[in-house]
Design a protein around this ligand. Structure first.
Ligand code: HEM
Length: 317
């Protein structure tokens, strides 16, 4: 088998053949997400009748002594916030500390960074009893902005090939893969050619090159959403009416292995074409994103440390 055929096989079969370490990581990550969501929901439902009270009424609530920021639950939420804060910053620190950089894979660290970055605003919001004032309030809103912008950063991160793990590919490999998938698709007879052409239709390269970067970012995201509908259409047209209903108009996979393999290859090819076409734009936006994400993160760190230092000074510990 040629090198690019091997690479293509890796893409086409990647759902069924995950290495043990990757499967273990994903399971742990899902478990942590479940834990984070369950914890936040439990606090939300327990504290709901307290959080909706005004500042004047809160001291009269039987939950006040537990949930206020310096109460037993409030304080533990604060400690959890500090732990998440430390965890979040391990990811950027890892780039500077060689001994830490050698531990684990960058992508796994990023997954944990994201989990903590998405959880922290909720935990900190409950710690503050949903009142955002003073330095702590400012730190919270900056953290919220950084966390929200992180979602865009994660999207861009996935668009740009980097040779960090074997599953991530260089630009040349991307193009080879794309050619290989095209050949595989041309050889199969399961998918209607007209629908395949629609799925693989991309905007003109010169037009993309001239797009302002924010427009390019939105355009990329729109193409990703449109692809989901085009893939569903592809599946629908290859199915009988009954099967199409069972798969919710083609949005869910069928049990047909060969068909799903061909559809997966077609969707991968469309996604790859888009990544190749928009690569220079994504790199530019990602660079700009770093320029914004980093200083805001550090501003948040300084304010959060000020807030924690102040609580020490005031003797809350
Ligand atoms: C409290 C929240 C967060 C803080 C303080 C934070 C902070 C940081 C810092 C300091 C960096 C390194 C920037 C650099 O090296 O230029 C970084 C990178 C990154 N963060 Fe966050 N982050 C937070 C939440 C998130 C969230 C919620 C996501 C995704 C949903 C996210 C996604 C990313 C990505 C994709 C990178 C770049 C990875 C790379 O280029 O290696 N972050 N973050």
């Amino acid at each position: 088998m040629s090198a690019n055929a091997t690479a293509a096989a890796r893409i086409v079969d990647h759902t069924s053949a995950l290495p043990d370490a990757e499967r273990g990581h994903r399971l742990r990550l899902y478990a942590l997400y479940v834990l984070a969501v369950a914890t936040n929901l439990a606090i939300f439902f327990y504290g709901f009748d307290y959080y909706k009270l005004s500042s004047v009424d809160r001291p009269f609530s039987p939950k006040h002594h537990l949930l206020r920021p310096s109460g037993p639950i409030g304080l533990y939420l604060g400690f959890a916030g500090v732990a998440l804060f430390v965890g979040i910053f391990l990811y950027p620190l890892r780039k500077h500390w060689a001994w830490l950089g050698q531990k684990g894979s960058t992508r796994h660290w990023l997954d944990i960074h994201i989990l903590m970055g998405l959880t922290a605003p909720f935990i900190v919001a409950f710690h503050s009893t949903l009142k955002f004032k003073g330095i702590a309030g400012m730190a919270f809103w900056i953290m919220f902005a950084v966390s929200t912008s992180g979602v865009v950063g994660r999207y861009l991160y996935a668009q740009i090939p980097r040779k960090v793990t074997t599953a991530e590919l260089s630009m040349k490999e991307l193009q080879e893969l794309q050619e290989n998938l095209s050949q595989q698709l041309a050889a199969q007879k399961l998918l209607p050619e007209a629908d395949l052409r629609v799925l693989l239709r991309m905007p003109d390269a010169n037009r993309v090159r001239r797009l302002p970067i924010v427009v390019a970012l939105v355009y990329m995201m729109i193409l990703d959403v449109i692809r989901v509908f085009r893939v569903a259409r592809l599946r629908r047209h290859a199915l009988t009416f009954g099967a199409s209903l069972r798969t919710l108009a083609g949005f869910l996979p069928t049990g047909h292995r060969e068909l799903e393999k061909a559809i997966h290859a077609a969707a991968e090819e469309a996604a790859l074409s888009k990544r190749v076409l928009f690569l220079s734009r994504s790199q530019k936006v990602f660079h700009l994103w770093h320029v914004v994400h980093k200083p805001f993160s550090y501003a948040f760190a300084v304010l959060a440390l000020l807030h924690i230092g102040l609580q020490f000074f005031l003797g809350y510990f």
